[in-house]
Design a protein around this ligand. Structure first.
Ligand code: FES
Length: 166
């Protein structure tokens, strides 16, 4: 019997492949029909909390951890390829792996360049008194996403996961 065309899986920058996937195994994650265009879902496999996102470029699988301080992006919002983190409102491009807006706390971008704190209201940002907490925020570096290779087989989204993650 003929089936509908499988949803597209998006390419990702090869340098951003998740560690351990070279020797990993394909694992079934979710029925593709449960991830409509524009949707995000968390799927947990062993110790891995995965983010499945259906962007205009296709389906991507990465960690359900904000590249800033690990908040679950699956409960954020997705607009095109850009996910907005619910914790500090950083925005990250799932299609390139790069931040497009730094978190309200400021900190270091992936290149190690410092960015000031900011406020969504446009007013003066809350600033920590000098000390370890302020230093921790200043030194926290936003990283790029790491991706798990994905495919859709007979209507099921699968991804290569590190063997130790399953
Ligand atoms: S944890 Fe996502 S922006 Fe801070």
């Amino acid at each position: 019997m003929e089936t509908d065309a499988a949803p597209t899986v998006a390419p990702f920058p090869p340098a951003l492949i998740a560690p351990g996937t070279a020797g990993g195994t394909w694992v079934a994650l979710l029925d593709a029909e449960a991830l409509q265009p524009g949707a995000m879902r968390r799927v947990t496999v062993g110790e891995l909390d995965l983010l499945l996102a259906h962007t205009p470029a296709g389906i991507l699988v990465t960690d359900d951890r904000c590249p800033h301080m690990s908040a679950p992006l699956s409960i954020g919002s997705l607009e095109g390829c850009v996910v907005d983190c619910p914790l500090h409102h950083g925005r990250f491009d799932l299609c390139t792996g790069n931040p497009v807006r730094m978190p309200t706390t400021g900190g270091l971008d992936p290149e190690g360049v410092y960015h000031q704190a900011w406020s969504p209201s446009g007013g003066a940002p809350k600033v920590d008194p000098p000390g370890l907490k302020a230093e921790a925020r200043r030194l926290t570096r936003v990283r790029r996403f790491r991706y798990y290779p994905a495919r859709v087989v007979q209507g099921v989204i699968e991804a290569v996961l590190p063997t130790s993650g399953g």
